[in-house]
Design a protein around this ligand. Structure first.
Ligand code: ACO
Length: 403
């Protein structure tokens, strides 16, 4: 009996756990059990008690660091600390950081959660909060560049009271890309990866600016302006539902078949839900719909590729005024998706032609040493690799069909 109630790979229950954790952190904040503050000794009114408590926390949790050194860093006027303060006014977590806003990044100097509060979601929440705080600071006026070349700022100390007021909608002015970068302790790399950090360095604007630490691995994270990190689990849940809905619409992948009697199963084709070999009478729908599903898969595979960002939408003529004078037949991934949805692709070949056109336009317009040219090359190589892996499907769908 097919069942619609499948929890694919346990994702639903994992997600439910993360949503509950996110809500619990919001509840603690609202009830005042937990509050946030940003403190820097560059502000004469700084609460030095909080700074000292944060320094003690870092000293306890980062025991390999010399205590004296930690203290100096926390009280350094170039640094600020975002602290989470618990019910007994104790610092339960903190991020000591140095902003380089004019260079588009913030260095995390130390980060820790008190031992008694670990594994409860505090560390994840603290990073989400920090991302929103960093965005607000970069956009706002909590700092003043005393010397932007040396990255010296004067920070205003602020209390973080209202989580709902922190995230500002995308429509508001965005000052440019923002990255977080840190030398992660090797034991904490897994934590940083869960928070969106990567060892695959793409930004690198911090090179030669921040100090090297031995025994750590440099990781960086692009902070997205359009994401409300404090509500990211709910946003992920919305996306999960959307994906499932699309999978349901595209086929029967969501249907769970229960088998009560295994005696009749002699081969793969006898398993309920598994399409059989041609000629066994159990093929699901032949090639009907396969072309659209395959192209749809290839488009979303391209869209999610790290080198696809220049090709997601048509070139904006206001940003690149002469583009349409040079390029006679523009093409991009959103246009391909519209063509697919309006049934314009009658075979795989015209779609492949569009992908190649998109890349060759880019290579024609941009010089060989530009990142756009390199993206086009990488994306095209990736695409050809995909076609090669699925050549058994591709060759079936290559010819243009009727109409
Ligand atoms: N390795 C892999 N995954 C981890 C780790 C780890 N060491 N720590 C946490 N995670 C995962 C959790 O499983 C959780 O995953 P989920 O979202 O799938 O459930 C997610 O990260 C968030 O976990 P939290 O419970 O929110 O994290 P926690 O409150 O325990 O804080 C932290 C993590 C900050 C690393 C804490 O363990 C700590 O303070 N450690 C000691 C100090 C430290 O190592 N700091 C970083 C040093 S690097 C530097 O300071 C620049």
């Amino acid at each position: 009996m097919p069942s619609e109630e499948m929890d694919i790979l346990g994702l639903r229950s994992e997600q439910a756990r993360r949503i509950a954790r996110e809500r619990e952190m919001h509840r603690r904040f609202k009830s005042g059990e937990l509050r946030g503050v940003v403190v820097s000794s560059s502000d004469a009114d700084a609460d030095r008690g909080v700074l000292l408590a944060a320094a003690h926390l870092f000293q306890r949790q980062l025991s390999k660091m010399p205590k004296e050194y930690v203290l100096r860093q926390v009280f350094d006027t170039k640094h600020a600390t975002m602290a989470l303060v618990g019910p007994a006014a104790e610092v339960v977590g903190g991020v000591c950081y140095r902003p380089f806003f004019e260079r588009g990044f913030v260095e995390i100097v130390f980060l820790a959660v008190d031992y008694d509060f670990q594994v409860l979601g505090v560390g994840g929440f603290m990073m989400d909060l920090f991302k929103e705080v960093a965005k607000g600071e970069m956009r706002g006026k909590e700092w003043e560049a005393a010397d932007s070349v040396l990255g010296i700022y004067r920070h205003k100390c602020v209390a973080i009271d209202d989580l709902d007021a922190l995230h500002v909608s995308v429509a508001a002015e965005m000052p440019g890309p923002l990255y977080l970068v840190t030398y992660a302790d090797n034991f904490a790399i897994g934590y940083f990866k869960k928070q969106g950090f990567s060892t695959d360095i793409r930004f690198g604007g911090w090179e030669g600016v921040i100090k090297d630490y031995e025994g750590g691995t440099i990781v960086e994270c692009k902070v997205l302006w359009e994401i409300d990190y404090l509500r990211k689990q709910e946003a992920i849940e919305e996306m999960r539902r959307e994906v499932l809905q699309r999978m349901r619409a595209a086929g029967s992948i969501h249907v769970l078949y229960k088998i009560d009697d295994y005696s009749g199963i002699k081969g793969a084709a006898d398993i309920p839900g598994v399409p059989g070999e041609a000629g066994t009478g159990r093929e699901v729908a032949g090639d009907a719909g396969l072309l659209d599903r395959f192209i749809s898969y290839l488009i979303s595979d391209l869209q999610s590729n790290a080198h696809a960002w220049p090709f997601l939408k048509p070139i904006d003529p206001e940003e690149v005024p002469d583009y349409y004078r040079v390029i006679a037949n523009p093409m991009d991934l959103s246009t391909m998706l519209s063509k697919l949805e309006s049934n314009k692709y009658k075979g795989l070949e015209p779609f492949v032609r569009d992908v190649r056109l998109m890349a060759s336009n880019c290579m024609e317009y941009n010089g060989k040493d530009t990142q756009y040219y390199k993206c086009a090359q990488m994306l095209l190589d990736h695409f050809h690799g995909r076609l090669e892996s699925y050549r058994h499907v591709a060759s079936r769908l290559w010819a243009e069909g009727p109409g």
